[in-house]
Design a protein around this ligand. Structure first.
Ligand code: NOJ
Length: 589
């Protein structure tokens, strides 16, 4: 038995699945997407059904009972549309077709039915800030200035001496993946804008025809029966008038001119009216730059109509001073608590939070916020306890439920992601040593989260019979689903029980949030209160043994520990020494 696998417990205070009965007793604004737990699937790395080394839709279908057993309510599927894969599907060639490597539209329809048969809803990625340069619109647009699709994209003359200003881009904006955000196109002698890879030209949202085409496509998918969208970088769709130069010292040059640009709210509100209004769907806007005030405007009772956002504030706290992903700064728990609490309280009554610590764009949450070595199991359970007891909809990224960790990179050839490869290239040109480069890649690369799902301890972790498109983490011999499901006290069962716990505990979903001990450097503690129901969560983010003391302002007659990742005695929450990465949730009376 592994350490930490024997004494944890979650004790749901009611029967799972009985949400409908309990919540009506409270005066809360009930919505299914507030009560749901979302499971994110990166299909390329989930399960390969045909041995080509690439995960696919039939692979997801084969694992539906797995998702059902875990107890999740919604699946978010990363892009599965036809794509040349410059950015693993975030470069869409045809919005209404399935990527051949992933299967067919029939496979998709079967998957959707299979999910619905199990009462699991499906939200799809909506990638409409940009298309692929192989999309028919762009192919035509780049043919001629007179093309009817020319104005679907953003073209400008450069500032250089060559034809069409070749030699110096129209402004100093940077691509999120490094280098200029502009590429010069020889045929029509002009630059086009791409905030991501050069194969991802930005759509021109000022053009009403573009917006109408997008809305039409969205209606088409919703009419098919999907249950909503995760909207890729949706706060970037409006660019400032005149496309002025940006501050070169900010983390992403130009961002102040395209993060929630002048017409962003107008476009999202229009999308809501044209597509979403009156449909019982879930929407989550990915918003790298959103402030809390902006989020309130995108959400909120009279806002632009989205249900929740992914803000980036808590996942960028450990960036270095330049504010760039590829720099490494310090992680401070008080700062982390301050940011999360600001969002917990700031969206109260003005929207709803999404609660996440990682996804396909970040390193593994366990390696980043927990301990992927000695305390892997304890810290995975501790982080899960946080995800399921904050106010907001929790997102589980595939593999986190078994405590998957970052990949031990040894060679540059193991780096797959376009963003990381560009970083490697830049640093090589600057003369960095391989070791230095790999150290940052190991800490930061999105590849860390994209290694294949670890189903069992066989050669390719049971992910594929073929050659996996990205290396499998060698720790799959110990970290895998088969093993985790066979042990009652594993991370996997802890997740399953926490999901039940949340579904059965009104205060965990709808309770008010109050931060305790804001300055404690190791312990994150908070209260959730719904009428007379109170939950106290206490989390040790450190490998040390700090003492937790409940502030005198919190009084109670009785306390029962309903969630814990270590064995506990009858000790109450008044004051106790915490064990490394310990988590406890008490019900207070
Ligand atoms: C955010 C997505 O999550 C990421 O994977 C992608 O590279 C960019 N948007 C561009 O679409």
């Amino acid at each position: 038995m592994e350490r930490g696998e024997s004494q944890s417990s979650v004790d749901p205070s009611g029967d799972a699945g009985e949400v409908a009965d309990w919540a009506d007793a409270f005066d809360v604004n009930r919505e299914w997407w507030r009560e749901a737990v979302v499971y994110q699937i990166y299909p390329r790395s989930f399960f390969d059904s045909d041995g080509d080394g690439i995960g696919d839709l039939r692979g997801v279908e084969a694992k539906l009972d797995y998702l059902d057993a875990l107890g999740v309510d919604v699946v978010w599927l990363n892009p599965v549309y036809d794509s040349p894969n410059a950015d693993n599907g975030y470069d869409i060639r045809d919005y209404r077709a399935i990527m051949a490597e992933f299967g067919t539209m029939d496979d998709f329809d079967r998957l959707l039915d299979g999910l619905h048969d199990r009462d699991i809803r499906l939200i799809m990625d909506l990638v409409v800030n940009h298309t692929s340069d192989e999309h028919e619109w762009f192919r035509q647009a780049r043919e001629s200035e007179d093309s009817e699709y020319r104005d679907f994209y953003i073209w400008r003359e450069g500032r250089g001496d060559g034809p069409g200003g070749k030699g110096k881009p129209p402004n100093n904006w940077e691509s999120a993946f490094g280098g200029s955000a502009w590429s010069y196109d020889e045929r029509t002698e002009a630059y086009y804008l791409h905030l991501f890879d050069e194969k991802q030209p930005d759509l021109n949202w000022r053009n009403p025809e573009v917006r109408e085409r997008i809305y039409d496509m969205m209606r088409w998918w919703l009419d098919k029966g999907i249950d909503g969208f995760r909207m890729d970088v949706i706060d970037l769709i409006s660019k400032a008038d005149g496309l002025p130069d940006g501050d070169p010292d900010s983390g992403w040059t130009g961002a102040e001119h395209f993060m929630t640009g002048p017409r962003a709210h107008e476009y999202v509100a229009e999308m809501y009216e044209e597509v979403l209004e009156g449909r019982d769907v879930m929407t989550v806007g990915e918003m790298p730059g959103a402030s809390i005030e902006q989020a309130q405007q995108y959400l909120g009772p009279d806002g632009d109509g989205l249900n929740m956002v992914f803000h980036f504030e808590h996942v960028t706290l450990d960036y270095g001073e330049s504010g760039d992903r590829w720099t490494v700064g310090e992680f401070s728990l008080p700062e982390f608590k301050r940011v999360l609490s600001k969002w917990q309280n700031g969206l109260h009554g003005e929207g709803w939070n999404s609660v996440y610590l990682g996804n396909h764009d970040w390193p593994r949450m366990l390696s980043r916020f927990g301990d992927d070595g000695l305390y892997r199991i304890e810290s995975a359970k501790m982080l899960a306890t946080m995800l399921f007891t904050l106010r907001g909809t929790p997102y589980v990224y595939q593999g986190d439920e078994i405590g998957m960790t970052n990949f031990p990179f040894e060679r540059e050839s193991q780096v797959q992601d376009v963003s990381a490869r560009n970083f490697v290239q830049r640093k090589r040109e600057e003369g960095w040593e391989t070791d230095e480069i790999l150290e940052i890649v190991s800490y930061r690369s999105r590849d860390n989260a994209r290694t294949p799902m670890q189903w069992d301890d066989s050669e390719n972790a049971g992910f594929t019979e073929g050659e996996p498109w990205i290396p499998v983490n060698p720790n799959h011999d110990a970290v895998n689903v088969a093993d985790a499901r066979a042990r009652d006290d594993s991370i996997w069962h802890y997740y399953r029980e926490l999901i039940e716990f949340r579904q059965a505990t009104p205060a965990a979903i709808y309770g008010d949030y109050e931060l305790l001990l804001p300055d404690d450097p190791d312990v994150y503690a908070y209260l959730r209160t719904l009428d007379d129901d109170r939950l106290l969560t206490v989390l040790n983010f450190d490998e040390g043994t700090p003492t937790f003391s409940l502030p005198g302002s919190v009084d109670y007659d009785d306390a029962e520990c309903v969630v814990h990742n270590y064995a506990i005695d009858a000790e109450g929450p008044q004051s106790f020494e915490m064990r490394p990465y310990e988590a406890r949730v008490y019900e207070l009376d």
